[in-house]
Design a protein around this ligand. Structure first.
Ligand SMILES: [Zn+2]
Length: 351
């Protein structure tokens, strides 16, 4: 058996202890430090990157362009560039960034993937962090056969936004996705406020961004139990607000994602640090919530149980990061970005 020791994250705070594991399974969890540890520091469950477009990494960023000019379908820079990029290059990009994410302690990421069935295939072949793939139809139109095929290979479908679609076709799409037991999610109120009643009538499993949401919109999301994924670095790049503290006050379940990879590398510790600093600037002092967003709430987005507690018999799904003998929350949120974890262990995979 091998051991790691240090400050172990629990849903009730950090506790000094150790984890013993063998063949990809946790065998022992106890108080106090073990002898002969292979790593010592802060022990965290792996992180979930709740929203990415990782193949966008191939798109060169033009700083002079607006959000719409870069990412609006069908003629935005990203769509033109993706159409010119060979499947082989896209596959290599997917592999490179999936491996990058696993090394950074991310076990799974939810990716909005263009290119219908073929696009999903490019992503699903990658090794490293596990993709939860939100496919997208070739055009913003409901084609029953295409959607059927797409749902055979994807974990869900993520149309870009309400404004790109005919509403009745979007309704057909969401009905079919739900009837197959898959995930339906959308970008919402990113650049401009969108009609939340219309969006919620589509029964989304979660929404992304909500930069322009009113307090009432956020309260409705909280009451209806619709989580929101926020991507503060991406928002800031495009000059958009991230109403994080208002979301917390409204009681919204918040997850974090890194969004388009040409703008923000998919490193969750960097996103967490950014979110932490943003929250401090918005008057929230404690940053425990930032860890919950990435550890617990992210798991809801990929249909996993958010209740993570290390117990014997569980598959390994943890990492050890450098501690600094202070408040572990501060060490995780503000002092880890830029460093690799000391070790990451997901099942038998080790980095
Ligand atoms: Zn997005």
């Amino acid at each position: 058996m091998e051991y790691v020791s240090g400050q172990i994250w629990t849903p009730h705070g950090f506790q000094e202890g150790h984890i013993g594991f063998k063949d990809g399974v946790i065998e022992e969890v106890g108080r106090g430090r073990a002898k002969g540890n292979i790593a010592e520091g802060i022990i965290l469950p792996t992180l979930i990157n709740a929203h990415t477009h990782i193949i966008d990494y191939v798109v060169p960023v033009d700083m002079g362009m607006s959000l719409a000019e870069v990412v609006a379908p069908p003629h935005g820079l990203k769509y033109r560039k993706l159409a010119q990029t060979s499947p082989l290059k896209q596959r290599k990009t997917a592999s490179y960034l999936s491996e990058y994410m696993l090394r950074k302690g991310i076990s799974s990421f939810s990716d909005f993937r263009e290119g219908s069935v073929e696009g999903v295939g490019i992503l699903s072949s990658a090794k490293g962090a596990r993709p939860f793939i939100m496919g997208k139809t070739r055009e913003p139109r409901f084609d029953r056969d295409e959607v059927h095929e797409l749902l055979n290979v994807a974990d869900g479908i993520g149309p870009s936004s309400l404004s790109d679609w005919d509403y009745e076709e979007l309704r057909e799409l969401s009905k079919m996705v739900h009837s197959r037991g898959k995930t339906f999610a959308m970008h919402c109120s990113e650049r401009v406020r969108e009609d939340l009643d219309k969006v919620l009538d589509l029964k989304p499993d979660y929404l992304i961004h909500m930069c322009r949401a009113t307090d009432e919109d956020l309260e409705v999301c909280a009451q209806e139990g619709v989580p929101i994924v926020v991507c503060p670095r991406s928002n800031m790049f495009f000059g958009l607000p991230t109403p994080l503290s208002r979301m917390i006050e409204a009681g919204v379940v918040i997850s974090l994602g890194t969004d388009n990879a040409m703008i923000s590398l998919p490193d969750m510790f960097v996103e967490m640090e950014f979110a932490g600093r943003l929250l401090r600037s918005q008057g929230i002092k404690r940053l425990d919530c930032v860890i919950s967003m990435s550890v617990c709430n992210g798991r809801k987005i990929i249909n996993e149980s958010p209740l993570i507690e290390f117990d014997p018999g569980m598959p390994c799904d943890f990492m050890v990061i450098q501690g600094h003998d202070g408040d572990p929350v501060t060490d995780v949120v503000l002092r880890t970005a830029g460093l690799d974890p000391l070790m990451v262990c997901v099942g038998r995979e080790r980095r």
